[in-house]
Design a protein around this ligand. Structure first.
Ligand code: FES
Length: 578
């Protein structure tokens, strides 16, 4: 395999000329022959004025370059798509696969012996790991890092669990307009990603346990000097990865994905983490087994005391020892021989884990935050291919509940009617939102956190059972059933629910049932038609998305981007030899 500038030459029918021309052009940028003979480390530049979660990327790139050069390599920075949660219409999930395709093809097209992927905001790390898994060029993930906490009236605040909590209070009339404006300036006080255990923090932790990021690097605050040092170390490590030709395919194995599922339960991670893991695994021809994930959750408790399941923030997790310390606590569930970009097996990180006297953020197995894992997988006639609930952040009293369905046809219908004083709804009803899945919305928006109807919120109702084919921000909380598959827009049973039907949720029994007899459901099925946007030809990326996006249980990747045997391929059902 050719190295450095000789890799992947542009096709002119004369390789010598291709190299000559490539060097002629790059010399215009002032590079010497000595520099151009070095191994090349590509560095993704995902800085964007629209992405404050990546505000520190320029400084990280500078430090990665320093690390690469100290180790004798040539760093080459290149731009890719960058996505921020609040600046992506219709949703960031709609664009994740675009970023993954862009990143994969740029890694493949340009000559690099290794690549440092700098990401942080929710969809960027999954997109980059999907790209790395497919391009299979030695790669290391560098996380931009979480923000520091905010403060308001003596209370510690964090994006975005407290964004939702305080907005809920504003809707209920207990926080007025001037105060909510003041709060908006205090929730996200520094550059970096949301600092609760939302999707960004979850993916930072998972990048470490998957072996794709350096140990204890995923949780360093974005603004801390250690973050810069981690960038330098990642640059050095990338040169070593290039020399060893250690590829993502040797790191992203079945064992690594099972380790990630264990971790996702123990950290009280985001439900989105499960979708992203399915997508990354799919790129290696590995299928995430939801039943195995559920079994793990019955054995592995939530040990990390972070919002929304607990009470603290990522900087506290980091200084309590971060991932290495947590992994030591759950070591008997992990395959410690899994390889990592540090050039050592996962076991090495655990051995170096710091013991912080008196810390209470990373709990022991004897004193867990929750006795079981964060999430449960539900099945039943309403979700034949599964649905997910983050029961660690739900109301215990609602985990077994039967109630009357109040149905919203789509996100627009929800927006129009949820606060209508005439809406026929009571506290023990079940709110149902449909046509908000991968194809329905499209882009599977984080609309699963249906607001409590205003009149109930004002009466003091804080939680209700809510069910949808949408996603939910990892920072949110409540008794919320998500990712109902198949979604309503492709004819899943959610499409058949009518206001007034009875729905039974039984989390201990893992069931989600629509209590309507089969003959009636068949009659409704015959009347059903797909939403209009799926019946008309769509152009461009939107058309590609609507034609090829998979359901949530398969990671919402495009069907043609998965690798290996595809659906029904290898599973992550194996118990590791420990
Ligand atoms: Fe970027 Fe939350 S908005 S991580």
């Amino acid at each position: 395999m050719s190295r450095g500038m000789r890799r992947g030459l542009t096709s002119y029918g004369d390789p010598g000329f291709s190299l000559f021309l490539r060097k002629a052009f790059i010399k215009a940028a002032g590079f010497s022959d000595d520099a151009l003979d070095r191994p090349i480390v590509g560095i993704t530049n995902t800085f964007s004025d629209f992405n404050p979660c990546h505000g520190n990327v320029p400084r990280l790139i500078e430090a990665v370059k320093r690390g690469v050069m100290l180790a004798g390599g040539l760093p080459m920075e290149f731009p890719t798509v960058s996505i921020h949660e609040s600046f992506a219409n219709p949703t960031s999930m709609f664009l994740r696969n675009l970023m993954a395709m862009d990143t994969e093809e740029m890694i493949r097209a340009q000559p690099m012996d290794a690549v440092v992927l700098i990401g942080g905001c929710d969809k960027t790390v999954p997109a980059q790991l999907m790209a790395a898994a497919s391009a299979d060029v030695p790669a290391i993930q560098l996380i931009t890092g979480p923000m520091l906490v905010g403060h308001h009236k003596g209370e510690v605040l964090g994006a975005c669990t407290d964004c939702r909590r305080l907005w809920g209070q504003h809707r209920a009339g207990t926080i007025d307009e001037p105060e909510i404006e003041e709060v908006s300036g205090r929730l996200a006080p520094t550059q970096g990603t949301c600092m609760v255990m939302g999707t960004a923090s979850t993916m930072g932790c998972l990048a470490e346990v998957l072996g794709m990021a350096l140990p204890h690097s995923g949780s360093i605050p974005a603004t801390h000097a250690d973050r810069i040092r981690a960038a330098e170390a990642s640059g050095r490590a990338a040169v070593r990865l290039a020399a060893d030709a250690l590829r993502p395919s040797e790191i992203l194995t079945q064992a690594a994905f099972r380790n990630a599922l264990v971790t996702l339960q123990a950290i009280g991670g985001s439900t989105n983490g499960l979708v992203h893991l399915a997508a990354i695994a799919g790129r290696r021809g590995i299928r995430i087994d939801l039943e195995e994930f559920d079994r793990i959750g019955r054995e592995v408790p939530v040990l990390v005391d972070l919002k929304p399941s607990g009470g603290h923030y990522m900087e506290h997790f980091h200084w309590a020892g971060g991932m290495p310390r947590l992994l030591r606590e759950i070591r008997d569930h992990l395959d410690l021989s899994a390889r990592t970009v540090a050039g050592e097996p996962l076991a090495a990180a655990l051995e170096r884990a710091e013991d912080v006297p008196g810390q209470t953020i990373i709990r022991s197995r004897q004193n867990p935050l929750k006795k079981t894992g964060a999430m449960a997988v539900l099945r039943g006639n309403l979700a034949p291919d599964g649905a997910v609930i983050k029961h660690s952040a739900a109301s215990a009293a609602l985990l077994q509940h039967t109630g009357r369905a109040v149905v919203f046809e789509d996100v627009e219908d929800l927006t129009r009617r949820i606060d209508d004083p005439d809406l026929d709804v009571a506290a023990d009803d079940v709110l149902v939102l449909r046509n908000a899945g991968p194809k329905g919305a499209p882009g599977m928006p984080e609309a699963g956190y249906l607001p409590i109807p205003k009149k109930l919120a004002q009466a003091g109702v804080k939680d209700m059972v809510r069910i949808s084919d949408a996603r939910m921000s990892g920072t949110a909380f409540g008794t919320i059933v998500l990712h109902v598959s198949p979604e309503a827009a492709v004819g899943g049973p959610l499409a058949l629910v009518r206001t007034g039907d009875r729905i039974r949720l039984d989390v201990p029994d893992r069931r989600l049932e629509l209590l309507v007899d089969e003959a009636e459901l068949d009659a409704r099925r015959r009347e059903w038609a797909p939403p209009e946007h799926l019946q008309t030809e769509q152009r461009g990326y939107r058309g590609l998305y609507l034609r090829t996006v998979l359901q949530a249980d398969e990671g919402c990747d495009f069907d043609f981007l998965r690798a290996g045997p595809g659906p029904g391929g290898r599973t992550v059902a194996r118990t590791p030899d420990t």
